[in-house]
Design a protein around this ligand. Structure first.
Ligand SMILES: NC(=O)c1ccc[n+]([C@@H]2O[C@H](COP(=O)([O-])OP(=O)(O)OC[C@H]3O[C@@H](n4cnc5c(N)ncnc54)[C@H](O)[C@@H]3O)[C@@H](O)[C@H]2O)c1
Length: 265
């Protein structure tokens, strides 16, 4: 067991998705109990099956992270079930419509801002008071390379992910003396449903979505697509006591994408 999370209770949003599920499995392997939040019950149930097989306790809460009532409910359910929230992976997100800014409708802009920014705020808003009462807790929000870079065709996504870095740094400094550590993870090109769909739009000549993701992902300096488990390892570390001095960091897990503007060849 590389990182000890035994006896800790962790809420994961987007728990049915690629990065969310991989993180739940890593956390369960380290002994954490889990509250699995997703708007898609079938996906969350699949994650539950995987983590329960590892011998931890888990609970699925179906919620839309853009609904204040749903967010309040998943936090209350977590406290009712486990008494304490030690970790929170504020991760649910969507890519929104992949389109140049001058063609994007206001409705599509608002949709992606609602999930990727307002959803992240709401999670913080209801989890932090619980952790303040406990005087302890660790939070990781999912940013992206889009937290640092302008990327054509995903303006709403990029704006929201830049804002996630702002939320991380602000809440980190507000809460550090209350025993709460807040950090962010900034994945690059990761092999999940989301990146496969983005790559499919950007590379329509590649018929297979997975192949499109592999091709687009190999533009990273490391020369290959990232795997959700590689992000999950970093999230688990940030949520653990091993990361005791990490406060307000946005940690790139991107095979070098944000390290450089050019590659060696
Ligand atoms: N895959 C990548 O390359 C990549 C790169 C950088 C950042 N990210 C970020 O990682 C996070 C996870 O994405 P992923 O790649 O695992 O994608 P994914 O589509 O596999 O997973 C996203 C999950 O979030 C859930 N979700 C979406 N909207 C929701 C809502 N309103 N309420 C509740 N749940 C909702 C979905 O049902 C899904 O299970 C996102 O924040 C994404 O922006 C992904």
């Amino acid at each position: 067991m590389s990182v000890d999370m035994s006896g800790k209770n962790v809420i994961v949003t987007g728990a049915g998705g690629g990065i969310g599920r991989a993180t739940c499995i890593k956390l369960a392997e380290s002994g954490a109990n889990l509250v699995l939040v997703d708007r898609d019950k079938a996906l969350a149930d699949e994650t539950k099956k995987a983590v329960d097989a590892l011998g931890v306790s888990s609970l699925v809460v179906v919620a839309d992270v853009t609904s204040e009532e749903d967010v309040k409910n998943y936090v209350e359910r977590a406290v009712a079930e486990f008494g304490k929230i030690d970790g929170f992976f504020n991760n649910a997100g969507i890519e929104g419509r992949v389109q140049l800014m001058h063609e994007l409708s206001y409705a599509d802009w608002k949709k992606v801002i609602d999930v990727n920014l307002n959803g992240v705020f709401l999670g913080m808003r209801y989890v932090v008071p619980v952790m303040r009462r406990q005087k302890s807790g660790a939070i990781v929000c999912t940013g992206s390379i889009a937290s640092f870079l302008g990327l054509p065709t995903t303006i709403g996504y990029n704006a929201a992910k830049h804002a996630v870095a702002g939320i991380v740094r602000t809440v980190a400094t507000e809460e550090a003396r209350n025993g709460i550590r807040v950090n962010g993870v900034a994945p690059g090109f990761i092999n999940t449903r989301m990146f496969q769909d983005i790559a499919h739009v950007l590379l329509p000549e590649v018929a297979d979505k997975h192949k499109a993701a592999e091709t687009a992902g190999s533009s990273a300096p490391i020369g290959r697509l990232g795997q959700p488990e590689e992000v999950a390892n970093v999230v688990r570390f940030l949520l653990s006591d091993e990361a005791s001095l990490m406060v307000g960091a946005m940690v790139a897990v991107d095979g070098g994408v944000t390290a450089t503007a050019t590659t060696a060849d």
